[in-house]
Design a protein around this ligand. Structure first.
Ligand SMILES: CC(C)(COP(=O)(O)OP(=O)(O)OC[C@H]1O[C@@H](n2cnc3c(N)ncnc32)[C@H](O)[C@@H]1OP(=O)(O)O)[C@@H](O)C(=O)NCCC(=O)NCCS
Length: 178
């Protein structure tokens, strides 16, 4: 996968040494409350180890999940995801929809600095530079912080949809041409 760099951030591959951070991130209800159906927190460090392994094994020419690191301190701040979004449906696991979603999960210690938007803008640029035509984002209707990130990076709100994740979500879209 390709590392990305912004003014304040480095986006790089997840390493197994990042498992303590990933567990701290995903074991917090304030991070997980709008993610997943149903939302649930990690309860064991081994889950973070497994998640990092799965991210490292993503085999796609463009999709990736980056660890977002602060240049100033070297601290990890969160995760930036560019991945296939599952379609709603009856089968488990849900089947791919064919669409690509962008997502962001940041540690509360690093909210309120513009890091999620800065990292997401870099990932969108990377996505379009590498041939994707359209990227979507979905948020829970009450996840206003995430909706603001979508708007800050130039995504267009197209209303609500039940097309993905067996959930009713706010849908945001951006195309390479826009
Ligand atoms: C969604 C989430 C990433 C948003 O984080 P965030 O830090 O609010 O988002 P941004 O990086 O865009 O930062 C914007 C905030 O930083 C402030 N800020 C400070 N310095 C800034 C700068 N240099 N540039 C931009 N914004 C800056 C902005 O004013 C804004 O604060 P406000 O919303 O109180 O006005 C975070 O809430 C999160 O990780 N939530 C849990 C996981 C989650 O729900 N993910 C989404 C699932 S759909």
């Amino acid at each position: 996968m390709q590392n990305l760099e912004t003014d304040r951030l480095i986006l790089r591959a997840w390493e197994q040494d990042d498992a303590d951070f990933a567990f701290d991130l995903y074991s917090r209800w304030e991070v997980q409350r709008f993610i997943g159906n149903p939302a649930q927190i990690m309860t064991a460090r081994s889950q973070a180890v497994e998640r990092i392994l799965a991210w490292r094994q993503m085999d796609h020419p463009v999709h990736a999940v980056w660890a977002v690191q602060l240049k100033a301190t070297g601290q990890l701040a969160g995760a930036l995801l560019l991945k296939s979004i599952p379609a709603s449906g009856g089968s488990v696991p849900l089947q791919p929809s064919g669409d690509t979603e962008i997502g962001w999960h940041f540690h509360p210690d690093h909210w309120g600095h513009g890091y999620a938007s800065e990292a997401a803008a870099a990932v969108l640029e990377y996505a379009f530079d590498n041939g994707l035509e359209e990227v979507v984002a979905v948020t829970a209707p009450t996840n206003l912080a995430s909706q603001k990130v979508c708007e800050r990076i130039g995504m267009r709100h197209t209303g609500q949809t039940s097309r993905y994740y067996n959930s009713l979500c706010e849908l945001f879209v951006v195309t390479a041409a826009s």
